[in-house]
Design a protein around this ligand. Structure first.
Ligand SMILES: [Zn+2]
Length: 283
């Protein structure tokens, strides 16, 4: 009885559940933007959010790419908080298109989407001071070579729409996850990310003794956080690009682990109250 009292609060991040989502995404096969498999992926995400009673809206558009016009759809899931101001937790679910080999993106595209579904379950059961938005992004990958504007289609479209409809003003922070499945997880600080957000997350990881996974080394990452940063939204990218299987046929279940998803889940959930406090009293 006494024990229950201290543990009955919010559920923990369960990497077993996240792993099941990841396994499902990989089973759909290659999931590039505009493919039948990415439609299946979206249907799965929507069905899982429906089970959690979390409303989801589709943000659909056609974008111009080096491979022609492609239909893209972001999914926006909202968990209302005490305030309408919101924190967006985002990741992409598309995989890079390859003709030369079969690319299933277990970490690159699979891990981020799986992570968002599981953290949605945890946050749905929590009392949130700010509204939480889980943003599942389409079109992160380039259709050709990674060169502006052939990448981050989903995040650029989202920010453009948020500017147009005025909802950018209530967007207080973006937490982006990408490629967090690597068995040998090493996430470096991204020089492009907002310093105070990065500091909170790395300090939290250090307290949890995850210094082997969250390294103090600095790198510079171009990713879906950039359109948000350019729009003045504090943003951090949690990404392990130090992944030998990156953009190869070997980015499969063998290269990723549930443990890595657990580490990121534990760190992000412990960092969240600190981020919320900082946003409540901006300096
Ligand atoms: Zn990629």
């Amino acid at each position: 009885m006494v024990l229950l009292q201290s543990t009955a609060a919010a559920p923990r991040f369960d990497s077993g559940r996240a792993w099941e989502h990841l396994r499902q995404f990989v089973a759909f096969g290659p999931r590039p933007s505009g493919s039948p498999a990415i439609e299946q992926t979206r249907a799965y995400i929507k069905s899982q959010l429906a089970l959690l009673n979390i409303p989801v809206t589709e943000q659909a558009w056609d974008d111009t790419t080096p491979a022609g016009r492609i239909h893209m759809v972001n999914l926006i899931a909202t968990i209302p908080g005490a305030s309408r101001n919101r924190i967006v937790i985002a990741g992409h679910f598309d995989t890079k298109r390859y003709r030369e080999f079969r690319f299933v993106g277990a970490s690159d595209g699979g891990s981020s989407a799986a992570f968002l579904l599981e953290i949605a379950r945890v946050l749905k059961a929590r009392k949130n001071p700010l509204t939480i938005e889980l943003l599942f992004l389409d079109g992160e990958e380039a259709l050709g070579e990674w060169k502006y504007p052939d990448h981050t289609y989903g995040s650029r479209h989202y920010v453009q729409m948020a500017k147009q409809d005025g909802s950018l003003a209530s967007l207080k922070a973006l937490l982006l996850v990408d490629m967090i499945g690597d068995r040998d997880l090493n996430i470096r600080r991204d020089a492009n990310s907002t310093t105070w957000l990065t500091d909170i997350i790395w300090a939290t990881a250090r307290e949890q003794k995850f210094t082997a996974q969250f390294l103090d080394e600095v790198t510079e990452i171009e990713d879906d956080h950039q359109p948000f940063l350019e729009a003045g939204v504090p943003a951090v990218d949690i990404i392990d690009l130090d992944y030998p299987q990156w953009h190869t046929p070997l980015d499969t279940l063998d290269a990723v682990s549930a443990r890595s998803l657990q580490v990121v889940g534990d760190v992000l959930l412990a960092a969240l109250p600190r981020i919320e406090r900082r946003l409540a009293s901006p300096r």
